[in-house]
Design a protein around this ligand. Sequence first.
Ligand SMILES: [Zn+2]
Length: 178
Amino acid sequence: MNVIVRVTFELGQDRKVAAIRIQCLVHWLFFIFGEIMQINKIYNLLNKSIEKCKKSKDVPVVSLLYKDEYNFYLGFNTRQKKYEINNHAEINCINKAFKKTRSKNMSEYKLYVNLKPCLMCITTLEQVNIKEVYYWLENDKIDYSRIRSSIIFSKVYNKRQEEFFRNELQNFFKILRG
Ligand SMILES: [Zn+2]
């Protein structure tokens, strides 16, 4: 009798553990799904905005400083357009946010950019406490060993999206050289 009770109890415990595990898995799947949806939404916004860079003969880099659906700032590379050496997309959207919110603390924001930020931009991101950056393309021209940063850089792995941004950059340089 005792054995039967114990076995039943253990089986019950197992079920509980299994139920918790399934619950965790479902939460995790929802989280991942939500993240993917979020990335796709931001990609679409950046994709549509990249056209603006072409008009000014600026390297097509676009970025988005994002807190939630009501608080976000788009930035384009306008170095050539405005003849301002620090007008990279990332710095432009940080400046927009700073002008609007009057706060230098942007720790609640994440930055999304098609090309991994350069050292000047990373230093600026540090200044305003941005902790997370999402990017699509690696930046081979930058020697990242020259800087130490606590920012978490996450690459977005999506072939179709990467290809779009890569083509935009390649076409830009082709036209510039051609
Ligand atoms: Zn930069």
